[in-house]
Design a protein around this ligand. Structure first.
Ligand SMILES: *[C@@H]1O[C@H](CO)[C@@H](O)[C@H](O)[C@H]1NC(C)=O
Length: 480
């Protein structure tokens, strides 16, 4: 059953990307997130908005091709001092993993900045957080195995170097000034721009870790339905998996400090996207939104050119002052889409972005949660109906209050915990119906719902009791 919220948005005329456009370029669909080098196609005809819309629409896949992508970040620290590792140690770590486990090195200039193997990538965040972008996989057994294999590898190499790894939403101990900056050109550009547009951009860059799941859609209609359901529920997921109660060696008073930071980072490129719930929403509307997000940089001739605050529309017209006459390629568009940070992000798939980094269990549970809800028709329809009459104000209220109050946040006379209970049940039923025996991946989440104790509260309790107001034990007891 389609909900009213959904049927209301059925498009009457074909969407712009579906209309025939004679002479239009063949859209090159590289199944990949942004690559280092922007490749100019031989076709020099300027990109049009239709091309940008078609790019998003090219993500549509039949159900049997739907995959699960998981991405997670973690802090790497010196076991002796608990300090973040420096870039020299990052190099040793990456080289060690490359040599021991057969990964290929990825460079920027002379600097090693990541690894790749098959469809998996390891990359660096600004403060040296180590990220795994997993391959698109069919089942949660595979995604979870991938996470375990990755952790095994970095730990095996890290152990010999006195390096440990910690999955938390926010750096529990060290100040911004204690965090080294990784030598990637883009970070200098971000570092200058972030403070101009919000209070917490640098904290997000240098001191947070997240875990996200990337999921597919079959059509524009399916994308709309999944986008709305997952966007509305992002705060519920943030509450369940809240895992950033510490800052500067103390409790920060919040459940998800990471999530809170995004509320004052850069309002042009973050948030709950109310337009997604309007009848006019579709691929084209998202393109309009993305075109209004100020740019970060353009990559040309192996250089990152600072274009912060500039307009992608001007770029399309060949009128960017920094690169006069240059026009964007689809690779530039891909880059630009990746510099937007709303709670759910659209590329050629949907990214669930609301949750704190966490334990190994969390890294398996988070994708399980979203797969159970979004890849099962019945659960997706139930969720769609459930959130259909939530207002913009209510979604925004949840977005703002959940980081502070977690599952105890009130909603319509009840608590977010009550919603979480329903949602987790639907996720489990969805997994059950998929028939891959994946329900077990939500065991930890079940326990959180049953007890009402989130990872953040568990840590806060330990801090106040066993740890005697000291965060240092988190590095030992909760390291992977
Ligand atoms: C890894 O990076 C390459 C480009 O360097 C890209 O083709 C691929 O899709 C990426 N994979 C993931 C899972 O991010």
């Amino acid at each position: 059953m389609l909900s009213s919220a959904l049927t209301a948005s059925v498009l009457v005329s074909p969407p712009v990307w579906a209309r025939p456009s004679p002479g239009r370029r063949h859209i090159a669909v590289a199944a990949s997130p942004p690559v280092e080098q922007a490749v100019r196609t031989e076709d020099t005809e300027p990109l049009t908005k239709e091309d940008l819309v078609a790019y998003l629409a090219s993500g549509c896949k039949p159900r049997h091709d739907w995959r699960i992508g998981t991405e997670h970040e973690k802090f790497a620290f010196n076991v002796e001092t608990l300090r973040p590792i420096n870039y020299g140690q990052v190099c040793d770590l990456l080289n060690g993993v490359a040599d021991t486990f057969g990964w290929q090195r990825v460079f920027e200039g002379n600097n090693i900045i990541g690894l790749k193997k098959g469809l998996q990538n390891i990359s660096l965040e600004a403060g040296g957080q180590i990220e795994l972008s997993g391959a698109p996989l069919e089942t949660l057994h595979q995604t979870c195995a991938e996470v375990h294999s990755h952790l095994y590898q970095v730990k095996a190499v890290g152990e010999k170097m006195g390096i440990g790894f910690l999955g938390l939403g926010f750096q529990p101990k060290w100040d911004l000034n204690d965090i080294p900056m990784m030598p990637k050109a883009r970070y200098e550009i971000f570092q200058n721009y972030m403070p101009k547009v919000g209070s917490f951009g640098l904290d997000v860059m240098f001191r947070t870790c997240t875990v996200q799941a990337n999921l597919d859609f079959s059509s524009e209609q399916d994308m709309i339905m999944k986008f709305r359901a997952s966007l509305a529920l992002q705060p519920i997921a943030a509450a369940i998996f809240a895992n950033s109660p510490f800052k500067d060696g103390k409790l920060n008073g919040l459940h998800s400090f990471r999530s809170h930071l995004y509320t004052d980072m850069d309002s042009d490129r973050t948030g709950m996207l109310p337009f997604v719930f309007k009848n006019s929403f579709g691929f084209e509307r998202y393109v309009d939104y993305a075109l209004n997000v100020p740019m970060y940089f353009v990559y040309r001739n192996k250089k990152h050119i600072d274009c912060t605050g500039m307009s992608f529309r001007d770029f399309m017209a060949g009128k960017l002052p920094q690169v006069p006459g240059e026009r964007p390629t689809l690779t530039d568009w891909e880059y630009h889409l990746g510099t937007i940070y709303p709670e759910v992000r659209l590329k050629r798939y949907l990214e669930m972005r609301g949750v704190d980094g966490g334990s190994c269990n969390t890294l398996c549970a988070l994708p399980a949660f979203w797969v159970g809800l979004l890849y099962d028709d019945e659960s997706l329809c139930t969720i769609t109906d459930m959130v259909a009459d939530w207002t913009d104000e209510e979604r925004e209220m949840l977005r703002r209050k959940v980081p502070v109050s977690g599952l105890h946040t009130t909603f319509r006379g009840g608590y977010v915990r009550d919603l979480a209970k329903i949602v987790v049940k639907l996720a489990k039923e969805g997994l059950q119906r998929r028939g891959y025996k994946e329900v077990g991946f939500l065991k930890e989440v079940d326990e959180i719902i049953r007890t009402g104790v989130t990872p953040a509260e568990r840590l806060a309790n330990l801090y106040k009791t066993k740890w005697r107001h000291n965060v240092d034990p988190v590095f030992h007891e909760f390291a992977y």
